[in-house]
Design a protein. Structure first.
Length: 232
């Protein structure tokens, strides 16, 4: 049997919600998906200075094990060198494209050794709720992505941006096709993130959300981050 995960998804439309099982067989993380090419290049140059290898092309699509996807409210990580990042996510189910929210939790200690490795080292929590893409496409750029972390026992804003800073779903999927991929049934695609306020850093809690201010709804998920000891 191929690698896969099965979970109960909530598909929410303007008319109501329906819960049904979904099986995922592939996970793809879209990286370097910013629309502003000058800002994107600046970020690439900054990371290069700390040893992160620049991407050969932008965007870049990183494969991670589908078993890393989870709807759990707690993940275990190696030490305290990882961090979450909120992203919009796309899945195709029943012939329709749906949008949701996820965290591309990544090990920052190992990132300079290889981004794919750093991403593979961490579970990727996602919210088990999705909206039809066609219900938000006419006001897509007004959607917001936001995350919070705990610092000294207090919840603080960590990321706060709009998806207008990222490639749109149409642009993202076109780039994926150019790279030889596709959003087939069973594929979970991460769409990109925004900058962290105060810099990327570890936290024992990560709460993230995709917000639609036009239709007045939100997809959110919270998870605890538990480090395992490094013995050697």
């Amino acid at each position: 049997m191929p690698a896969q995960i099965t979970f109960t998804a909530r598909f929410t439309t303007r008319d109501g919600s329906e819960d049904r099982p979904v099986t995922l067989t592939r996970a793809i993380v879209g990286g370097w998906t910013g629309r502003d090419q000058a800002a994107l290049q600046h970020h690439i140059d900054e990371l290069a200075k700390i040893g992160v290898t620049p991407p050969a092309t932008t965007p870049t699509f990183y494969r991670v094990s589908v078993s890393r996807l989870t709807t759990a409210d707690e993940i275990e990580v190696i030490g305290d060198g990882s961090s979450g990042e909120v992203e919009y996510a796309l899945v195709r189910e029943g012939g329709r494209i749906w949008v949701g929210a996820a965290s591309d939790h990544t090990d920052r200690v190992y990132e300079h050794m290889g981004i794919t490795v750093a991403k593979q080292l961490c579970d990727k929590p996602f919210a088990p709720e999705f909206w039809p893409l066609d219900e938000v496409s006419d006001h897509w750029d007004q959607l917001q992505i936001r995350s919070h972390i705990l610092e000294d026992g207090t919840e603080v804003l960590y990321q706060d941006g709009q998806v207008s800073g990222l490639l749109s779903p149409d642009e993202l999927l076109a780039s994926l096709r150019e790279a030889g991929g596709a959003l087939d049934e069973g594929t979970f695609l991460f769409g990109g993130t925004c900058g962290a306020q105060g810099g990327v850093r570890y936290s024992e809690m990560f709460r993230f959300a995709l917000i639609d201010p036009v239709l007045g709804r939100e997809i959110s998920h919270t998870y605890k981050v538990t480090p395992v000891p490094i013995e050697g």
